[in-house]
Design a protein around this ligand. Sequence first.
Ligand code: DC
Length: 233
Amino acid sequence: MAGRVVTIDGPSGAGKSTVSRRLAARLGFRYLDTGALYRAVAWSLLESGRKIDEPADVAAAITSLDLAVEPRPDEFVVMVDGKPVGVEVRTSEVSRASSRVSTMAEVRGFLLDYQRDCAEKSDIVAEGRDMGTVVFPGAGLKFWLDAAPEERARRRHLELIGRGETVTYEAVLAATRERDARDRARELAPLRPARDMIVIDATTMSADDVVEDMVSRVGQTWPELKKGLSSVN
Ligand code: DC
């Protein structure tokens, strides 16, 4: 871990991606979306017609994946077969499949070095579920971003509708609750804040307010960065 690391963990729909991306831009750090790695694995397995229910099948299949994480000026980009992954990994089907494969130790272990290598290359803002606990336990600053399930479902519903999927808010809320329950109950990287994380409840906060709050914490953690971090408002 050669660079500075800020971790942002929390449930889906709490606004992690927006906030992580903006925070990284403010700090001049690279943004790392680790969910994209789990999505890329799931998408790739589905595309090649592999079964994803049995850990042994998945473990055998992932060894032949051509997966890479490449640095760009602002972020790390997840590549499969030499091409960056895009909207194809954002569908409901891939969300379900990635949630499934993320419960498997084989997959979590396989993805560990891809993630850790990123912190060797630059200062990063890493977004995920186990950034502050498993992947970067020594990170300088760790956040847990949360929001009420109704608010998270509302945002996810808008996102899916915007992408042309036909789905009701009620169905998204039910799926959100179901996924939360599964993610909290799992043995590996269960979804809950660790004691050394700063918890932010974003239910009634705008993304910009969350970022401002985080920026001030960054200034406290790394005083040498303070000068470049004056408020943009
Ligand atoms: O953040 P996301 O919705 O793109 O993540 C996709 C899935 O991968 C989700 O079910 C949670 C899982 N995930 C994980 O288990 N650990 C991470 N570090 C990131 C994502």
